[in-house]
Design a protein around this ligand. Structure first.
Ligand code: APR
Length: 281
């Protein structure tokens, strides 16, 4: 039995399985990663995208953010075989939650969960999440699997005054045409609906992520360099409370030593294979 087969066995007998994902799961869809030679932070200065700059210089922030958004969403990305396999594993009842650092909305798309995404007409997103979850900008249900978008969703913007959420594209178009910073009907400044550097993750979200990690019997970290908090500590927390930890990432991570299974392979190879193993006991 290889280590992926034993991981599938663990998942089959587990009560709570949690998947934690990063930019590497979306890379095969064409979405750029942040670190590494082709990473976004090789081309852009991450120091320009801080919450402090948004507050002190919203005009300059938005001017630069338009370029970053074009780089991040150069095309209409589609979920890949890894997103699909994870969604299927969830649909088959094996997955309690997906915690993602990604802001591309592709997990929700893979689960065909339209309520999680922006509306097509650019009006209010009109989602019906609870106030707390909407406030936390983070939680949507993908089938029976909880989806926690830890860093928000870059396909939306949110008014910093009235809290209204809008589809990002038309607002970015307005900014590109010179409305800097773009503002809401109420006069408030729009902010990308993401957690910026220097901005706290909503407390409710981080608490939920930590308790899911602690409750998990199997914790899978997929496509993340695991260097940014809470990514760095969640797998260790899971391991410290007895979970089997699996890491799937092309490069080594600082958390590999805490993992039971490490696959340094492409996510689009490993996740469909894992799903296959789960289907054929
Ligand atoms: N299969 C497996 N792993 C892959 C693949 C692939 N096809 N493609 C890339 N990877 C791996 C890379 O080796 C890298 O270690 O995915 C990892 C992505 O790491 P990062 O770019 O650091 O992304 P992430 O961990 O999600 O970054 C965390 O940092 O800048 C912030 O807010 C941003 O959410 C982001 C956070």
């Amino acid at each position: 039995m290889d280590d992926l087969e034993s991981l599938a066995d663990e998942i089959r007998s587990a009560d709570t399985v949690v998947a934690f994902t990063g930019a590497g799961i979306s890379a095969p869809s064409g979405v750029p990663t942040f670190r590494g030679d082709d990473g976004v932070w090789e081309k852009f200065d991450e120091g320009q995208f801080t919450y402090g700059r948004f507050r002190s210089d919203p005009e300059g922030f938005w001017d630069d953010r338009v370029d970053l958004q074009r780089e991040l969403f150069a095309e209409e990305y589609q979920p890949n075989a890894a997103h699909d396999a994870l969604a299927a594993i969830g649909r088959d009842g094996h997955l309690e939650a997906i915690l993602t650092q990604n802001t591309d909305g592709l997990h929700a798309k893979a689960a065909d969960e339209t309520a999680a995404g922006p509306s097509e007409n650019g009006d209010e997103t009109g989602d019906d999440r609870t106030d707390e979850a909407a406030e936390a900008n983070a939680e949507t249900a993908a089938d029976d699997t909880t989806l926690l978008e830890l860093h928000g969703n870059a396909r939306r913007v949110r008014c910093t005054d009235c809290g209204r959420r809008r589809d990002a594209d038309p607002i970015f178009d307005r900014a590109a045409e010179g409305e800097l910073p773009p503002t809401c009907d109420c006069g408030g400044v729009f902010k990308p609906d993401v957690v910026l550097f220097g901005e706290q993750l909503p407390g409710a979200v981080i608490q939920r992520a930590r308790s899911l990690a602690r409750e998990s019997d199997v914790f899978l970290a997929i496509g993340s360099s695991l260097v940014v908090e809470p990514a760095a500590s969640l797998p260790r927390q899971a391991a410290s409370t007895g979970a089997t930890v699996g890491i799937v990432n092309l490069e080594s991570t600082p958390v590999d030593d805490a993992a039971d299974v490490v696959r340094r392979e492409d996510v689009t190879e490993v996740l469909p294979r894992l799903r296959e193993l789960l289907e054929t006991p």
